[in-house]
Structures are given as structure tokens and as C-alpha cells.
Design a protein around this ligand. Structure first.
Ligand SMILES: [Zn+2]
Length: 136
């Protein structure tokens, strides 16, 4: 079984879903990660898959998040998930491990975003994200 995830961002379907989510955006709607208001600038918002594509490749974007918050979680997950397929050659075990990792790391990054333990501004340079969650 391939564990590659199709990345639907940039597809017409994803743009339509994002447009629909933006059309439903209401003042005061919160970002699920930092719990702060999403605001009204579409450029600052990402359409996010609450069930990550790493868990379900058929997942459809179903909520809006701050782009910076989405990226913070995404980057933390990418590094951790990359090693899972190496550790667990069995697809079922790998999937179970990914579910656990997604839950733990999402909760950890959300806590940091909500408590301000780490700056959420975008880093000027892209790094290779091989750090573990402990390095946050
Ligand atoms: Zn946020």
C-alpha cells in the first residue's frame, strides 16, 4: 500500500471548498488551533482538513484556520510523520502510529499557540523539518 498522500491544495475542488468555507465565515469565528478570531482577510486563512491527509487521503477541507497556525501544526507534523513509514513497515501499524502522532502533536502545538509559548510569526527561512516535537 502506498503511503504517499495526494496533495489536493491548488486543485479546483480545493479552491471551491475554500471559497464555500470563506462564504460561511462569520465575525468572531475562531481558529481551531489558537482560538483567536479568524478575522476577515482571506489571504490570512487556509482551508484545512480536520482529518489530516496523512490519516485519510480522501479527507475534504472542512474548516478555516489562520495560515500561520495551520503552517505551525503542519510543519510539526511533517517531520514526525516522515519517520513513521520507516519505523512501521506494516501499513496498519503505521496508520495507527500516525493517528497518535497527529493527536499528540496537534494538541502540543495548539497549546503553544494558545499560551504564546512560541512566536507564531512565520520564519523568514524555510528549514528542513526533521525535528521532533520535543524540539519545539
Ligand atoms: Zn490561529
Amino acid at each position: 500500500m502506498s503511503t504517499r498522500t495526494r496533495d489536493p491544495r491548488g486543485t479546483r475542488r480545493h479552491r471551491e471548498v475554500r471559497a464555500a468555507l470563506l462564504a460561511r465565515l462569520r465575525p468572531g469565528d475562531q481558529c481551531a488551533h489558537c482560538l483567536k478570531p479568524l478575522g476577515s482577510d482571506p489571504k490570512q486563512l487556509d482551508a484545512d482538513h480536520s482529518v489530516p491527509l496523512a490519516i485519510d487521503p480522501d479527507s475534504v477541507a472542512d474548516r478555516l484556520l489562520h495560515s500561520r497556525c495551520n503552517r505551525a501544526v503542519g510543519q510539526a507534523l511533517a517531520g514526525a510523520l516522515r519517520t513513521v513509514d520507516l519505523i512501521y513497515p506494516d501499513p496498519e501499524q503505521a496508520h495507527a502510529a500516525k493517528v497518535t502522532i497527529v493527536e499528540q502533536i496537534t494538541a502540543e502545538v495548539q497549546h503553544k499557540l494558545r499560551t504564546g509559548q512560541r512566536s507564531t510569526r512565520l520564519e523568514p527561512k524555510r528549514e528542513i523539518h526533521t525535528r521532533t516535537s520535543r524540539d519545539w
